[in-house]
Design a protein. Structure first.
Length: 316
């Protein structure tokens, strides 16, 4: 953590300080930062208009069914069970994959850009971290329910050695049937309690996809203290990934009433020793990049601006 924040992250910390005026928060934004610091999560209900969210969802839903997806972004590929999602139909993906993501969402759904780079979200993230994150990655993801919790639907921490912040903008109403995120308030504080539950893989136990079981967490944190983030579409949930969390977590795995959860996901990471985080993967059309504010451009990577006429025509 010291390496991530103070050594490797020294330049991004200086960049944040040099642009301090751009990151001045209002009272609302400051409350979200305080919530992240105290509890490890912040929930902003119905932050984006439903009309905008529904428009993005309809486009995304059609693209998922048309298989306009990143065929190399999936848990099965990370675990080497597959090398690509090519050749699978939508129903096969829903039956076998925990999560799929659209290909180039900021190019194919231009309305998503102002959501993913909303200045309030950027201010909250940078002020919480105290620097500009070297990684700011935007994905539009769909998580599928299954007969048992898979991968991140079990309790875990994202990092112990560097800062990690995740932001979800929900495109569907999130209730028990849509897999709410579950967070353990205060487990991001690096105190004795938060260090006691260890991932099963740390102990050589292959259960729960290498994550923590509910029972392991409940021994340290009573179930009544867990925060279950059920919220309407258009809401924003931000979590410090260094705390214990799981999601989407369907309350009744295998229930036929369960439905996929669709969200715009923002991943913000600090530096990890031996791993380059100095690249953002967000492809943006040149005209869209040109209209971004100075603050927004601090989170974008100009070398990944797409200028191809075919993509521009597709986006329009």
């Amino acid at each position: 953590m010291l390496y991530s924040r103070r050594i490797a992250g020294a330049e991004t910390r200086r960049l944040f300080k040099r642009n301090r005026s751009l990151f001045t928060m209002n009272e609302f934004e400051a409350r979200q930062v305080n919530s992240l610091r105290e509890s490890g999560y912040a929930l902003i209900s119905e932050f984006f208009p439903r009309e905008l969210v529904d428009r993005i969802f309809l486009k995304a839903d059609a693209m998922f069914h048309n298989l306009e997806i990143d065929t190399h972004l999936a848990y099965s590929i990370q675990s080497k069970d597959r090398t690509t999602l090519d050749g699978l139909c939508y129903d096969e993906l829903a039956a076998t994959e925990k999560m799929i993501a659209l290909r180039d969402p900021l190019v194919r759904i231009p309305e998503a850009l102002d959501v993913a780079f909303h200045e309030s979200i950027l201010k909250i993230a940078a002020n919480f971290l105290g620097y500009l994150p070297p990684l700011y990655r935007v994905t539009l993801v769909r998580d599928f329910p299954h007969s048992r919790p898979l991968h991140s639907s079990n309790f875990h921490k994202d990092n112990d050695e560097s800062d990690s912040l995740q932001v979800f903008i929900y495109l569907v109403d999130v209730d028990d049937t849509r897999g709410p995120l579950v967070y353990i308030p205060g487990s991001n504080h690096y105190d004795v309690r938060s260090c006691r539950p260890r991932l099963s893989r740390d102990l050589g136990i292959p259960a729960n996809d290498g994550r923590l079981s509910d029972e392991e967490v409940e021994r340290i944190y009573p179930r009544r203290s867990w925060a279950v983030l059920q919220t309407p579409r258009g809401s924003v949930a931000a979590i410090h990934g260094n705390g214990i969390h799981k999601g989407p977590a369907w309350n009744k795995p295998g229930d036929p009433n369960n439905r996929p959860r669709t969200a715009i996901k923002l991943d913000l990471h600090g530096y990890k020793a031996g791993i380059s985080r100095d690249l953002n993967e967000n492809r943006i059309l040149a005209p869209d990049y040109a209209r971004m504010t100075k603050l927004q451009r601090l989170f974008a990577h100009p070398t990944l601006v797409k200028q191809e006429a075919a993509l521009a025509a597709h986006a329009s």
